[in-house]
Design a protein around this ligand. Sequence first.
Ligand SMILES: [Zn+2]
Length: 409
Amino acid sequence: MPTNRLYYNDSFVYEFDAHVAESLQIDGRQVIVLDRTAFYPTSGGQVHDTGQILVDSREIAVTEVADDAQGRVLHYVAEPIAVNSVVHGQIDRERRIDHIQQHTGQHVLSAAFIELFNMPTVSFHMGAETCTIDLDTAALSSSQAQKAERLANEIIAQDRPVAIRFVPLEEARQLGLRKLPPKQTGDLRLIDIQDFDLTACGGTHVRATGQIGCVLVRKTEKVKQGIRVEFVCGLRAVKLARKDYTTLTEAAGLFSAHIHELPQQIRKSIDDAKTAAKAQHRILEELAEFQADRMLAEASSAPRIISAVLPERDASFIKLLAQKLTAGKSDVIALLGSLSGQPTLVFAQSPGQKSNMGQLLKEALVQLGGRGGGSAELAQGGLPQSTEASQIDSLLRVTAQRIKESSRE
Ligand SMILES: [Zn+2]
């Protein structure tokens, strides 16, 4: 037997008495079917109610509510309840009114998109934080989205009555509904927002549009079936606006600016950071050149092998230094190590010499458990974070010795 749905005639029934018609297990979960219920099952994009079932002196949580193919409403409950028990149902009011606001707000917003731009809604999703509708349209400008939001809020402020009507399918076809369900037998349940929207729907709705509170359109994005519009209604809109404001205020505090000046301040910060990075790069180039000249002046006879560990420098600096040491020379080999950031080795040589930097680096890395590689001319590798300057130093000495020996052969 299909369940008698009390919310069909009144969305504001929060408490009711009923009999347990069936008590069953579905996928190992306890389920009861009542002869009548005010609990709304997940359907039509609207999420189910939660609440309690009171029986004898027990208070049993209803964690999920679903529809089945026979028109029964399945209440997933925390404990079994015997068939024929007399029970009292209580709906979680805050959750229900939130769903009513989001769901009826969707009717108004969808109708506004039709009225203004003839963009039909093809699907609706209610999430825990925000809701979305998908519009059948190739594009939607932000000005169009704002116009639809404006019209929806005007309809809400006009507090238009929202009526529930039951009419036969044939009669409904003549009424020019915004949406007709694909398959339907018997009477259709119509939701009539006075002189604005008429559609078939099984959900829960406000009595007059003022109860929606407001509609706030948020982001829009392109999806497979058109444009997805994210929105929130009523107290959710206030909650999200409050969160946005808190975030903006915190960000503005960091800049000692008004929240409306934030984009300008952030752009300025990004520009300043770019300028500073460029200046720093120039200074490092000069420093590397200066250091390279000094190292070359102190170097021994050909091949000039320059080996050094620079604890205060990072990988990008020693790479720069290696290039300054070897470029434009014919006989320099640079074996460098850095410790700032990840400990790193860079081996480089002037072009045309017989050593192979990639090969030497690989052999050196094996000694300290690092990874990397490169060409015969330039190679780079990272070492474990725990590597110490003395370990790198002795490794570079051994490598330099090998190069000297092989150059004498
Ligand atoms: Zn509805």
